[in-house]
Design a binder for this molecule. Structure first.
Ligand code: F6P
Length: 533
């Protein structure tokens, strides 16, 4: 599938990106959506490579797959489900049919119920048993945590509702620290779980209920649930009035646009939440309508395929120069790696190429003082994805934001340009070094350069822009998965560990011995039990 591109890559491997990166290339290898700019000119992709990459989209039938997704067809074939997170932000589009039924009226009715509840919580009309709600605790994990946690942090400047906390880990340290900071009489607990069976979430939810029960007479009255499993939320004792349901055509890691986004809506208010949805909807419309070479999700995906499957760079660093996006890399780890980390294609055959890359990152400038050493001078190439806003939200500190921008642009420039041995040598000679020591010291100061990066720039991180950014990444995952021929919407790879953990729990508790375990696992059980487990 990638052989022609690999040959082309080998043929141009000697070229330096910097040599061609003039204004014309910058314009030709960038694209805009509204005020957002995506610049991929600091990559090795030339016109021929781009044409071949776009050819992959046609060969894989990506347009038809995209249209099937938006039309509600069951493209998640291993689970027999439609993939319709886009319906959750379809604020003014037409009907979307699943099994002959238009799902949009239900989506809008649930959104209206969420808005009503969020308004009640924010205004104090819905109160705890000790007064107006001061704290909201979202208990969920994976897609029921990472999206809202990332977005609540990203949109902190718009936060005018009660404080929001997130509990995800089954490690008691997580729930204990959050509950310690809250007053049970004025806390709303939201149990967010698509299935309402996830062991971490249900364990933490029971812990929170017991904590609240020590302080108020009716703990369940301060619980809400976000789930597809209405029977299970009822069994937990949560009033259907405060259950916000969704359907199985919303994947966990794609679910923050609907009920799973309730904590975000309470934090920033229904109007700002709608702006978030509108931004995503604008990206949806663009993805459906724009020609491939002008299509931001498609081109972002093709850059990803070029770096991973063609060039063989196994990781991708996401580097937001936007501290409020600190949780974006963690969010993208689930979105991208749970979606496209698969070893077989849709038909069950072995994947004939590498699956999706390892995604990681940290906000700049912090990363510069940590792992950028490896990115600049290590022996492996790490394609970098920078995000930067023209403006922050701290008007009085705009000069600091300008310094942030300078750092962001300097990093992509340094990665591309590098520093030659002669340049390094001249610098060290000017410091007075000579002879063998001059050469030795200069060698350490060489930057190979020619290291690819892309930059996504936007005016300011508003709710609308965040919606655009997240929908952009979602569709990028879709396009990469469609080209690779995998199902981006299941996650069988998380199951085995869950099963083994369930089987191990009685062994850890001492109710069963570890005789049927391998030597290493049995040894670790023995050690941990001996030391207090
Ligand atoms: O870890 C697997 C997974 O199913 C994720 O895909 C999902 O986001 C997470 O667990 C949480 O699931 P639930 O929302 O059903 O609790």
């Amino acid at each position: 599938m990638f052989s022609e591109l690999k040959s082309h890559h080998a043929g141009i491997a000697g070229r330096r990106i910097a040599d061609s990166c003039d204004g014309a290339r910058a314009r030709a290898f960038s694209l805009s959506l509204g005020e957002m700019l995506f610049d991929y000119s600091k990559t090795g992709i030339d016109t021929a490579a781009r044409d071949m990459l776009i050819g992959l989209l046609d060969a894989a039938g990506v347009a038809a797959k995209r249209d099937a997704m938006f039309a509600g067809r069951p493209i998640n074939e291993t689970e027999g489900r439609a993939v319709l997170h886009t319906a959750l932000r379809n604020l003014d589009g037409g009907p979307v049919m699943v099994d002959g039924v238009d799902v949009i009226p239900g989506v809008r009715a649930t959104l209206a119920r969420m808005e009503d509840f969020a308004d009640q919580v924010r205004s104090g009309t819905f109160a705890g048993q000790g007064g107006a709600i001061t704290d909201v605790v979202n208990i969920g994990i994976g897609g029921s945590d990472l999206g809202p946690a990332m977005a609540v942090r990203a949109l902190a400047p718009y936060h005018d509702g009660p404080r929001c906390h997130f509990v995800s880990n089954v490690d008691p340290a997580d729930v204990a620290a959050v509950l310690r900071a809250c007053d049970p009489a004025t806390t709303l607990v939201i149990v967010a779980s698509k299935t309402f069976t996830t062991i971490e979430t249900m364990t933490n939810a029971r812990t929170a209920k017991a904590w609240m029960g020590q302080a108020v007479t009716d703990p369940a009255a301060q619980f809400a649930a976000l789930s597809t499993a209405r029977d299970k939320t009822a069994a937990f004792g949560i009033d259907p009035e405060r259950v916000f349901g969704f359907e199985d055509w919303v994947g966990g890691r794609y679910s923050m646009w609907g009920p799973i986004g309730l904590s975000l809506m309470i934090a920033i208010g229904p109007d700002a939440f709608r702006a978030f949805l509108r931004g995503a909807q604008a990206m949806d419309d663009h993805f459906r309508a724009a020609a491939w070479h002008e299509n931001m999700p498609a081109m972002l995906a093709l850059v990803g395929l070029w770096h991973n499957q063609v060039c063989g760079h196994a990781t991708r660093a996401v580097l937001p120069y936007d501290n409020n996006l600190a949780r974006l890399p963690a969010y993208l780890q689930q979105l991208e790696m749970e979606s496209n980390g698969k070893g077989v294609s849709m038909d069950g055959a072995d994947l004939p190429c590498d699956s999706g890359p390892v995604v990681w990152g940290e906000p700049g400038t912090n990363g510069q003082h940590a792992f950028y050493q490896l990115i600049h001078q290590g022996t492996r190439i790490v394609p970098c994805e920078f995000l930067i806003a023209a403006r922050g939200h701290e008007d009085a500190l705009h000069h600091q934001h300008q310094l942030l921008i300078a750092n962001c642009l300097a990093q992509s420039e340094a990665l591309m340009r590098g520093r030659s041995f002669d340049e390094a040598r001249a610098i060290m000679a000017a410091k007075g070094l000579t002879g063998a020591e001059l050469d030795r010291q200069a060698r350490h100061r060489v930057f190979p350069g020619n290291r690819p990066s892309v930059t996504l720039a936007y005016p300011q991180l508003t709710p609308y822009v965040l919606g655009q950014i997240i929908a952009l990444y979602e569709h990028r995952v879709f396009v990469e998965g469609a080209v690779l021929g995998i199902n981006s919407y299941d996650q069988w790879g998380v199951e085995l560990g869950k099963e083994l953990a369930t089987a191990l729990q009685p062994v850890i508790e001492g109710a069963r011995d570890a005789a049927d375990k391998d030597g290493s696992t049995a040894q670790l059980v023995g050690y941990l039990r001996k030391n207090g487990a």
